[in-house]
Design a protein around this ligand. Structure first.
Ligand code: AMP
Length: 419
């Protein structure tokens, strides 16, 4: 058989042993903070039925039209999940989570898949953490979402960012605003980009987040939704801002921040960082009061956010933030001779049972090679075991960082390492 060769699949990245500690550190922070906020973890499958994602993310979004990895098996159509709001809402509906009472405060961590053009900060398999609060339309739900999101960056030490905030209104406010927007844009319809022209009838608000150069001058002077919010939406937005102010969370109101689909309502927010280059969005979210119904549930208000984990880690790198401690082990056992090696093989589990991280050389090499390995593994101590040590019951414990040695019994060594 010919030897297998593997090409690098652009946009799909291996997380190698030197990288995984910082991923784990980040995940631990997310789990810890979620526990403090009393959010519960949810894990849903990597695959979802295509129909759900089309409904839940929106037929007209870039994600659905261009970016989903879709395939068919038998009579069913599947996609690799491109995001997790729709799947979490599906799970909420399917498992009647509303019956647990109160608002469901569900967070997640995991891989997502989008067939985008790979570049720094943009992968085809990437990771998000996020939160969905389903079953409350109280502005405190919006603010708790934002607080949780900000808390993660704050705890890590990423401070240089902008929180953009807007309200896209409820359906009534949006209808009146969309009409105003269409009337404003109509005289220049022919000058709009092709993409914006296709969005003009169904989704004119999406034109506001167009990146096409020919749209910019029209976007700049467009009427803003905040002038067209009805009383309910305006009051909701005012309370979100008030609670953010009460918590000292800074934001800028950005009237161009829109969420495209009709089931997105009221609050919209985005966190961007100047440390990220062109892919500068760290996280985004907002309220989606009409989505649960769209996915087949009862009308249920909800709000959430999703944050890119690769981008967070890129920001850490730019800012020289070490998320994980340098890898180390407590003790590396160095054995001289066969008898010593067998003794070490037997004693190793005892150390581990005492919560001491301990290992030995797996290759039966020379003492010099074993000491070198102890160094490479960044061992705090080397425990040197030879015939004399076995006979006397006193072992040499070498502090690898201070190059100091002590002679101790095994019980003394375990007690010392545990402390
Ligand atoms: P979205 O669901 O598009 O609002 O994305 C939420 C966050 O996920 C973004 O702010 C990014 O930080 C991150 N993200 C989205 N797409 C990608 C991607 N292709 N590669 C890496 N991170 C991404």
């Amino acid at each position: 058989m010919p030897k297998a060769t593997y090409t690098t699949h652009l946009g799909m990245v291996d997380i190698l042993p030197d990288e995984s500690p910082k991923w784990r550190a980040l995940e631990n922070i997310i789990h810890e903070e979620a526990a403090r906020f009393n959010f519960e973890e949810i894990r849903t499958p990597i695959m979802e039925q295509t129909e759900l994602i089309k409904r839940g993310v929106g037929q007209l979004t870039d994600i659905v039209t261009k970016e989903i990895f879709a395939f068919t098996k038998g009579d069913s159509n599947y996609v690799l999940r491109p995001e997790l709001t729709a799947p979490v809402v599906r799970a909420f509906v399917q498992h009647h989570l509303a019956q647990r009472g109160g608002a469901q405060k569900l967070y997640y961590i995991g891989p997502m898949f989008r067939a985008e053009r790979p570049q720094k900060g943009r992968q085809r398999q990437f990771h998000q953490f996020g939160l969905e609060v389903i079953g409350s339309d109280d502005p405190i739900a919006d603010v708790e979402c934002i607080s949780f999101m900000m808390r993660i960056y704050q705890r890590i030490g990423i401070k240089n960012f902008t929180l953009k905030l807007n309200s896209v209104g409820d359906p009534e406010s949006r209808e009146s605003y969309k009409n105003v927007l269409r009337e404003y844009l109509r005289p220049n319809f022919d000058k709009l980009s092709e993409l914006s022209q296709t969005r003009f009838e169904k989704n004119p608000m999406r034109i506001l987040d167009s990146k096409e150069p020919e749209d910019q001058e029209f976007i700049k002077n467009a009427p803003v939704i905040s002038d067209y919010l009805n009383e309910d939406s305006a009051e909701h937005f005012a309370l979100v801002r008030k609670y953010l102010d009460m918590r000292g969370i800074e934001y800028v109101v950005d009237p161009l921040l829109v969420r495209g689909m009709d089931y997105y309502t009221r609050t919209a927010f985005e966190l961007t960082s100047p440390d990220l280059g062109s892919q500068d969005a760290l996280a985004g979210g907002g309220r989606y009061d009409l989505l649960v119904e769209e996915v087949g549930g009862l009308p249920t208000p909800a709000v959430g956010f999703a944050a890119g984990m690769e981008r967070l880690l890129i920001a850490c790198e730019e800012l020289d933030i070490q998320l994980a401690d340098e890898k180390s082990i407590d003790v590396f056992m160095v054995c001289l001779g066969d008898e010593a090696r067998e003794w070490v093989i037997e004693i190793l589990p005892t150390f581990r049972e005492q919560s001491i991280s301990a290992t030995m050389d797996y290759k039966g090499r020379s003492m010099k090679a074993q000491m070198k390995e102890a160094n490479r593994q960044n061992a705090q101590y080397a425990l040197i075991v030879g015939d004399n040590e076995l006979a006397s019951g006193k072992f040499v414990l070498r502090n690898m960082h201070e190059s100091a040695e002590e002679q101790l019994s095994i019980d003394e060594i375990i007690a010392k390492l545990k402390s």
